[in-house]
Design a protein around this ligand. Structure first.
Ligand SMILES: C[S@@+](CC[C@H](N)C(=O)[O-])C[C@H]1O[C@@H](n2cnc3c(N)ncnc32)[C@H](O)[C@@H]1O
Length: 248
C-alpha cells in the first residue's frame, strides 16, 4: 500500500516514543472525542477472524505519513512515523494463518499492533490477548475497537527492548514490524523477554526485501526459523509471509 513511502523512510529512522502513559477514558464517547482532537479517524467494516468487525482507523494514513516524512526531511526532531495508521496486509495474512492454530485460552502478546488487526483476530479466536505498540495514538484506536470486548484483552504501550511486561506468552505476534534494521536488536530482545519456554513468535510481512535480510539476521542470532506463505483473496499475486521463530 505505502511501500514506496516505507522504502523512502528506510533511512534507519527510529520512532521517538513518548514517555507519558497512554490516556485512559471512562467512556467510548470520551475516548473518541480525545482521538478526534488528535487526528481524523473513522470506523472501517472489516472481516477479522472470518467475522464482521468494526475497526477504528485513521482517516488519512497516507497524508499523515507524508506529513511526518516532510517534517523529518525539514529537520524537525522527534517526529513519530505514523506507520501504525495503516492496517497493513501483513496483518490480514497473520489473521488467515491463525485459522490453523487453536488459540482458545492461550495468552498472546501482539507487538507493534498498530490498529490491532492481528491481535484482535487472536482475541476473536479465544486467545487472552495483550495488544501493544510503542506509541499511544494507535492504542487509543485499539481501545475504541475493542471497547465492547475490553474485558477480554489488555491494551498497553510497549517499546521494543525498552519496556517489559512481567509475563511470558506462548505466542507473540508481530505484523510488519521487521521493516527497519535499527529495530531488529530491540525486537530480538523484546521477543526473548516475553516468549515463554517452547513458545513461538509469528512475524508476518509482504515478502519485503528488508525482511529477507531479517530472516538471515534472526537465524544468526540463535532463532530456529520456518516460514509459511499465505495467499490473500484481494491480491493472490502478493502473498504474505509468516515467519515462525522458536528458541532452541
Ligand atoms: C508497519 S506498522 C504495522 C502495524 C500493524 N502491526 C499492522 O500490521 O497493521 C509498524 C508498527 O510497529 C510500531 N513500532 C515501531 N517501532 C516500535 C518500537 N520501537 N516499539 C514498539 N512498537 C514499534 C509502530 O508504531 C507501528 O504500529
Amino acid at each position: 500500500m505505502h511501500n514506496s513511502i516505507l522504502i523512502d523512510c528506510e533511512k534507519e529512522r527510529m520512532i521517538d516514543p513518548p514517555t507519558s502513559a497512554p490516556p485512559q477514558s471512562e467512556s467510548l464517547e470520551l475516548l473518541s472525542a480525545e482521538v478526534s482532537d488528535r487526528f481524523r479517524w473513522q470506523w472501517d467494516d472489516l472481516s477479522i477472524a472470518n467475522q464482521p468487525f468494526r475497526l477504528a482507523v485513521a482517516s488519512d494514513p497516507e497524508g499523515m505519513l507524508i506529513e511526518a516524512c516532510e517534517r523529518q526531511d525539514a529537520g524537525e526532531k522527534g517526529v513519530i512515523d505514523p506507520f501504525w495508521a495503516t492496517t497493513w496486509r501483513a496483518a490480514a495474512g497473520l489473521d488467515r494463518y491463525m485459522d490453523q492454530i487453536d488459540l482458545g485460552g492461550v495468552p498472546v502478546l501482539e507487538l507493534g499492533c498498530g490498529t490491532g488487526h492481528a491481535g484482535i483476530a487472536a482475541m476473536l479466536r479465544g486467545a487472552d490477548v495483550t495488544l501493544t505498540d510503542g506509541v499511544d495514538d494507535p492504542l487509543m484506536l485499539v481501545r475504541m475497537s475493542v471497547w465492547e470486548l475490553r474485558d477480554r484483552c489488555t491494551v498497553q504501550r510497549l517499546r521494543f527492548g525498552l519496556d517489559r511486561i512481567d509475563a511470558k506468552f506462548p505466542v507473540v505476534l508481530g505484523s510488519d514490524v521487521t521493516y527497519l534494521r535499527s529495530l531488529w536488536p530491540e525486537l530480538d530482545k523484546c521477543l526473548r523477554d516475553h516468549l515463554a519456554d517452547g513458545g513461538q513468535a509469528l512475524l508476518s510481512d509482504p515478502y519485503r526485501i528488508i525482511a529477507n535480510e531479517f530472516r538471515g539476521w534472526i537465524q544468526e542470532h540463535g532463532w530456529n526459523y520456518t516460514e509459511h506463505k499465505i495467499d490473500l483473496a484481494d491480491a493472490p499475486e502478493h502473498p504474505i509471509r509468516v515467519m515462525c521463530l522458536k528458541l532452541p
